[in-house]
Ligand binder design. Structure first.
Ligand code: HEM
Length: 94
């Protein structure tokens, strides 16, 4: 993973944005994961962060564990994770 200046939002990276947009679209049609607009209602950044790096910590109602990859904590650096969490948190909680 290439290192970039910490202050520049990695959310601008098309690859990272595409990953979550794809997820949102897949979730919205109920194919694989939960509708994040629903399950993340009222959840704080700490919960969202935990749900991404350790998906088994709490399983969304109606789903089973072992489907969502538990590798995002390794694949994304701290800045990317923080951007992703902030994006999701703002998307669902305004
Ligand atoms: C960057 C990509 C992803 C993000 C940000 C993300 C985010 C999340 C979050 C926040 C939850 C927790 C919901 C809750 O516990 O209330 C969740 C659950 C889930 N996700 Fe993902 N996800 C991603 C990728 C994926 C992929 C690629 C799959 C399937 C191959 C997947 C399948 C699931 C499933 C089945 C659940 C429900 C079970 C559980 O709570 O662990 N996700 N996801």
């Amino acid at each position: 993973m290439t290192r970039r200046p910490a202050r520049r939002s990695s959310w601008r990276r098309p690859s990272l944005r595409a990953a979550a947009v794809t997820l949102a679209e897949a979730s919205a049609t109920g194919t694989v994961g939960p509708d994040l607009d629903q399950v993340l209602q009222g959840k704080d950044a700490a919960f969202i962060h935990e749900s991404i790096v350790n998906p088994e910590a709490e399983i969304a109602p109606g789903f089973t564990g072992g489907i969502m990859p538990a590798t995002y904590g390794d694949q994304l650096d701290d800045q990317q994770l923080a951007d992703l969490v902030a994006f999701l948190e703002q998307s669902v909680n305004g």
